[in-house]
Design a binder for this molecule. Sequence first.
Ligand code: GLN
Length: 538
Amino acid sequence: MMKTAKYIFVTGGVTSSLGKGIISASLAKLLQGRGFSVTIQKLDPYINVDPGTLNPYEHGECYVTEDGAETDLDLGHYERFSNTPTSQANNVTTGRIYQHVIDMERKGEYLGTTVQVIPHITDEIKRRISLLGQTGNFDFVITEIGGTVGDIESFPFVEAIRQMRWEMGQNCAVIHLTLVPYLAAAGELKTKPTQHSVKTMLEQGVQPDIIVCRTERHLSENIRTKIAQFCNVEPMSVIESIDAESIYDVPLLMLEERLDIEVLKKTNTPIPDTIDISKWENFLFRLKNPKSEVTVGLVGKYVELKDAYKSITESFIHGGVANECKVKIKLIHSEEINETSIDGLLGDVDGILVAPGFGGRGIEGKILAIEYARVNKVPFFGICLGMQCAVIEFGRNVLGYKDAHSTEMNPSTPFPVIDIMDGQKDIENLGGSMRLGAYPCRLDPESKVFKLYNEELISERHRHRFEFNNSYRKEFNKHGMKTVGIYPADDLVEIIELENHPWFVGVQFHPEYKSTVARPHPLFVGFIKAIIDNKRSL
Ligand code: GLN
């Protein structure tokens, strides 16, 4: 049956980084628990067409969807919480909006009219918001607006919301997330920034229905009443969002605060009597009551950035919970790894993951870390560039291919064990041109990874230009590095595995994009299990 979607907008005020993504994902979880189908969309006000060309220093991790969109990392939270895949339509930037409008203008589609922010840009924003609702698959479309209200860049988005509210009445609600800071000197929580940010929205014609207050301390009744009065909302619609120990606590905190009920009331939706989030509660219980603990060394070149490996660190949480194990992550900068530092850096970890990445910085440190894992039989997991480095290391140190490399780092290497894909050789535009999104992979039934997936044909998401060079395949297999996962259509190596090692797996794809609370990724579950078993056997 085709569903008629209602639209929930989530805006932010006062400051960025208030956790709009987590609030949106938590609301989705609660609405799902009440039997509704929900999708979440992120509108980003920057001019890049997508975040694929942004480096992690600017924007944290780039998340990839099934259909190969390079998107904001919040989409990762949406999928991990809601267990529903997102797509290109779930992340739209100002750049993409303008690109479309300008293309239309060049084709003459506007029939000689002057093309303007209002109505042409705002119409295109509205069209992008409505697209997901029009699929007929969703009861609710939650649209998170990136940035902070009052920013010049977000004006057209707020204007689009204003128009949609006007057009849709109660089929639409606006949640505004603000900060209620605690001033230690005054010993008080302060509501003034919230009042100002709601005023900024009012100036743009949007009255929020619900105000979610991010705070370090509980809001008193007094504070709630004050915010309600100054911001023209009901006291019940002032929701406290207190700092949580883990992002996975937030859905339950929002349930206590009745955020879902307020949304259903505001959108005139009949409220189901019950909510089923028992699986989530069970996950949380296991997260908080681990039976063992392991430490994984995460080797990469962006370790100083909290968000650069977001999906990987979250996948470790899911894989850990599945094993009732707390996974501590030791971030290790690949540029700091050398012959003398290596024992100190890796000596105390129980498993090693070498991260994805681009370019040569820190590459020799990654290769050294892999040699350490291979020789000392430490469980190892290599993802994308991490897998490619494992192939390079094996080529150099086991097969004796001196200076073996990827042609990404050394185009004139005598042993190009990792080489550029044919289809990538003449690429001119860097944006959106990698091998992206989901591809099938056939597993060798004799492999360790097959036992984890328990199926022969899997599908995983990609983001790379280089691949295992098939001219070396025989030699690698003969000497114990087995190519156990293949993309059948183009005969590309997707997974390698070492013989005679507790657990040494490299994957060309990104399993971390597919791990969710409801479905922890089998490779992360298997890696953690191998680490626990290996630790016991020592
Ligand atoms: N730089 C490598 C490639 O393009 C690996 C990419 C990655 O790790 N995502 O193939």
